[in-house]
Design a protein around this ligand. Sequence first.
Ligand SMILES: *Cc1c(COP(=O)(O)O)cnc(C)c1O
Length: 376
Amino acid sequence: MIPYGKQTIDEADILAVIETLKSDWLTQGPKVIEFEKKLAEYCGVKYAVVVNNGTAALHLAYFVAGLKSDDEIILSPLTFAATANAALWQGAKPVFVDVNPKTGNIDPKLIEEKITNKTRVITPVDYTGRPADLDTIKAIAEKYNLIVVEDACQAFGASYKNKKVGSISDLTVFSFHPVKTITTGEGGAVLTDNENYYKKMKMFVTHGMTKQNFVNESEGEWYMEMQMLGMNYRLTDIQCTLGLSQLKKADYFVRSRRIIAEFYNDVFKDFKNIFLPTPDSFVEQSSWHLYVIRLAEKLVNSRAEIFKKLRAKGIGVQVHHLPVYYHPYYQDLKYRKGICPVAENFYDKAISLPIYPSLSKDEQQFVIKQILDIVH
Ligand SMILES: *Cc1c(COP(=O)(O)O)cnc(C)c1O
């Protein structure tokens, strides 16, 4: 099966990890510090805090943004459930806003009407790796004194107006799961320019404990103080070593993905049975985490059949994403189908095709041939 996405691990990655396994530090050693520094540099931002996965990164970002019980958070439903779940863990209420039919990203024109005096956070999701309309969203957030927590789990290496994603919103969240741009096995990070957020996050990821700036008098050399209720969200040195090695190849990974996307876009451009993803523009350059085609309206009812045929041919197509509120858990919270019709229609037509750096030209040709044969 050709999967829709997968990691690219080379000999240098493996050797680097072996070195760390032989070292004194398996976790909380020099590699964590180095990976955080290099991530921040890569994105052009002051601080990065690495954590054990993207979901923990979302939770951490919502926590420092001050999202709490009975607050509301605005986000689009066309995302992985974790974007909303992490807000539920803070006791907040997800308020879903519909998407732009071209990109699948939150439609900024629909945000203001959903803002109430309970709204605290706006979370644009960079769907498929394409940056959301970040400046417009930032302006809305400033007008209403809200915090932007960007879910860029799919968008590591993407750019917006010549700036790397990670350097634009108040807090930006990444995932380093194997299907994402770079991987640490499991892993994630939160990036910010805000020193207060940074200090709070560093404390949170290690139980809210600190070895400096004590509230009480130190009891001795061993003394550590817990100053807030935190978690163990730490990423290991083993994983950070892999991350550091992967980071060197991030631009190459994104470029390889872009070349595949441009090839698909070019081959399919006259094929009337599908809509193609928006190509890169001067303003936004996607990381091309996903290549999502959408079926023409007349084929909507055949999607399951088309999907099955493609899988039978050995193409590991996938659908991203089930609108979050379709999940039974959210239905129990009284979210109803129909609240975001554009996202729902987007979902009905979507199929993710294989895209990842090591996808060979032959495999791309094979995927294309099957699409042309099967989709009508
Ligand atoms: C992958 C992903 C996550 C979750 O990241 P994990 O590292 O798997 O926890 C959250 N949001 C989006 C949009 C994602 O693509």
